[in-house]
Design a protein around this ligand. Sequence first.
Ligand code: HEC
Length: 159
Amino acid sequence: MKFKITKKIIMGIVTGLIIVVIAIQFVTVERTNPPVTGEINVTPELKSVLQKSCYDCHSNETVWPWYSKVAPVSWLVSKDVVEGREELNFSEWDKYTEKKRAKKMKEIIEEIDKGDMPMTIYTFMHNNAVLTEKEKELIKNWANEFKAQDDSILNNNLD
Ligand code: HEC
């Protein structure tokens, strides 16, 4: 069968797409900022670095930009925030045991060294979130110091 792409078919596809885009806006996603129960205790300098590069996914103070409210982008953003908070939440630091804190510090150093955080999909929209060498050092020095304090606990009891 020969298939001819007519204006009518194109219009049909476009209309279909518009309907789908409108319909998916009704799928609700998690986009809340739960209360901050125990903020991490760091210097103002380090805090501002973490805030600009990590807080949108690793705190309860996420800034939700307009595109984070439009599906399907909202699904991706919400997923990163939910998973990010699950892994590491600077707003619920009080809920972590000493052992868990030390483990998180080790992971932070690893992520910074690998250059995996902040995620590329994020820095694409947030250019200023890219860490400079100086900022990487600042985070790593802090994490190392923190980790060293708790290394004995961690080595005795790894989970
Ligand atoms: C766009 C959201 C986003 C930003 C911004 C972000 N992260 Fe993440 N982070 C995630 C997600 C999602 C995960 C869980 C999935 C994974 O490990 O890739 C994660 C996981 C982690 C982990 C745990 C990795 C492991 O070993 O399991 C650490 C540590 C971490 N991030 C540190 C940071 C630091 C430090 C920053 C800032 C410099 C940062 N992240 C910025 C989304 C983000």
